[in-house]
Design a protein around this ligand. Sequence first.
Ligand SMILES: NC(=O)c1ccc[n+]([C@@H]2O[C@H](COP(=O)([O-])OP(=O)(O)OC[C@H]3O[C@@H](n4cnc5c(N)ncnc54)[C@H](O)[C@@H]3O)[C@@H](O)[C@H]2O)c1
Length: 277
Amino acid sequence: MRDFAGRTAFVTGAASGIGLALARVFAAEGMNVMLADIEAGALDAAVAQLAEFAPRIGSVVCDVADLESVSHAAAATVEAYGPVHILCNNAGVAGGSGIDAIAPETWRWVVDVNLMGVVHGIAAFLPGMRAHGQAGHMVNTASMAGLQANIGFSPYVATKYAVVGMSEGLAKDLAGEGIGVSVICPGFVRTQIAASARNRPERYGVGAKPAPGGKAALLAQQLAGNAEAGLDPDAGARQVLEAIRTNALYVFTHPEMRDEVDARFAAIDAAFKRTAG
Ligand SMILES: NC(=O)c1ccc[n+]([C@@H]2O[C@H](COP(=O)([O-])OP(=O)(O)OC[C@H]3O[C@@H](n4cnc5c(N)ncnc54)[C@H](O)[C@@H]3O)[C@@H](O)[C@H]2O)c1
């Protein structure tokens, strides 16, 4: 997809971090942008920020874990701006680490947002994107945790592997239909991800704090103690824009993390060789 001005983008998790940065780059390209998020106050603030330089910015409170809520958001977007060209399934939460300390409710919350949120976005938007027949693009936010499990076994890793796999399959499925697919796999980005529990709905109970000394706890500590830690989300969003332009499947914002993926591939390769031998 090469022409952005006057087209429409829908972004989930758009009140903060990577989602807000995506909304900002689309708005700067002259697109109509519908921001969707579960956190109403932050959403209002995000809209006010973008409306200062972009006239066609809308918002809808939406829980991506709930298909009805996403379908309502899709209808509101079409009503406001017409056909949707870019869908960003970006909302995500971090929770649970250490296999012995993950409550079933935490699994459900993370799976419902990080995985089912993407499934719901596809269900609610893809039929319309196919029907209008113009160029379109889907961006799914995964993580480097979708390619290597160095932060430990966790619902987060499980869902991000799933998002990478779904995106790879979708790219093939949609290749002949003029709808591109990109999956963004960032390392650490300067966002509010470490405070994901702020948007944990009551129905999922209260999550346990990360085990002291565990990788998730150390990461949260590092991020909290260093306001400058991690990539600027705007830099990641600019890379996504370029990936949409060139229809690139993978967006890697942290090339220095390649070794971790190489190590996984090497272990897989060695296992194949053992079997073959
Ligand atoms: N920050 C990082 O280091 C990092 C690294 C890799 C991947 N990611 C991924 O980037 C995406 C965006 O996260 P971020 O880092 O910008 O964090 P963030 O917390 O700053 O933003 C996430 C947004 O998602 C919203 N959200 C949470 N639950 C929701 C729900 N049920 N429905 C709708 N919106 C919901 C939040 O309100 C928030 O505005 C996530 O998928 C995350 O897993 C982040």
